[in-house]
Design a protein around this ligand. Structure first.
Ligand SMILES: Nc1nc2c(ncn2[C@@H]2O[C@H](COP(=O)(O)OP(=O)(O)O)[C@@H](O)[C@H]2O)c(=O)[nH]1
Ligand SMILES: Nc1ncnc2c1ncn2[C@@H]1O[C@H](COP(=O)(O)OP(=O)(O)O)[C@@H](O)[C@H]1O
Length: 215
């Protein structure tokens, strides 16, 4: 077999899939499914000053930092973006993200609307998906049902949901997470379609060009 024969497509550029949604909408649930199905994905582990929830592991869901440590890293330019969300600081490590993308990994981000905007203007690439809850009542029920947040935290997150929805116009795709299977199929379809863009298939295209002697 000729070394230029590289089907299925081999990509050399990782893609960025950025997911934002009001707290409790189900973005972590959707992201877990996507990363379980597609091994090409790496979840971008953010840093946060929020306390770990039961079951969360340092380095898996988040890197949990004190506020002093977060601010020190922020001031050193450690983050590709950062934001204060629901009273806590969150940030995306810059170097880790760059290394993953350079190695052809697809990176999935669970970040708030302010952070998504910053990533878009700083990195100038990526696919941006906003997930809506079916209604305010359902969102409240999911936050209560998850059982990880105090009542005061839930009230704060519901208030923030309004602002996030108000700033969702600019995203590339909108998904309503009512039926989980349908929402997942939509997210999956977005990812699969995005991967067909020429920008993510350069090495495959280059091999074909060589094979056919196209200059
Ligand atoms: N800007 C920014 N937002 C983040 C980052 N990591 C998480 N978030 C957002 O912070 C918010 C709160 O996250 P979390 O406390 O885990 O609660 P969740 O909303 O239930 O997932 C969510 O909107 C996340 O998308 C980050 O690195 N940067
Ligand atoms: N489509 C859905 N229907 C019903 N419950 C859902 C659905 N999607 C997520 N959930 C549940 O809602 C709660 C919040 O989901 P989670 O993924 O933690 O949200 P987020 O990461 O957006 O804060 C969890 O208990 C989760 O199991």
């Amino acid at each position: 077999m000729n070394s230029a024969s590289t089907h299925p497509p081999q990509t050399n550029v990782g893609m960025m899939l950025v997911i934002s949604a009001p707290s409790g909408t189900g973005k972590s649930t959707l992201i877990r499914r996507l990363t379980a199905e597609f091994s090409a994905f790496t979840f971008s582990v953010s840093c946060t000053t929020r306390a770990p929830r039961p079951g969360e592991l340092d380095g898996r869901e988040y890197h949990f930092l004190t506020r002093d440590e977060f601010e020190r890293r922020r001031d050193e330019g450690f983050f590709a973006e950062w934001a204060e969300v629901h009273g806590n600081l969150y940030g995306t490590p810059r170097q880790t993200t760059m290394d993953l993308l350079a190695n052809g990994r697809d990176v999935i981000f669970d970040i708030d609307v302010q952070g998504a905007r910053q990533i878009k203007s700083n990195m100038g690439q990526g696919c941006y998906v906003f997930v809506f809850p079916p209604s305010r009542e359902v969102l409240e029920a999911r936050l209560n049902g998850r059982g990880t947040d105090s009542e005061a935290t839930i009230i704060r997150r519901l208030a923030a949901a309004r602002d996030e929805i108000a700033d969702s116009q600019w995203f590339d795709h909108w998904i309503v997470n009512d039926d989980l299977n349908l929402a997942y199929e939509q997210l999956r379809a977005i990812y699969v379609a995005e991967k067909t863009k020429p920008a993510y298939q350069e090495s495959w295209q280059a091999a074909l060009i060589r094979q056919w002697g196209i200059s």
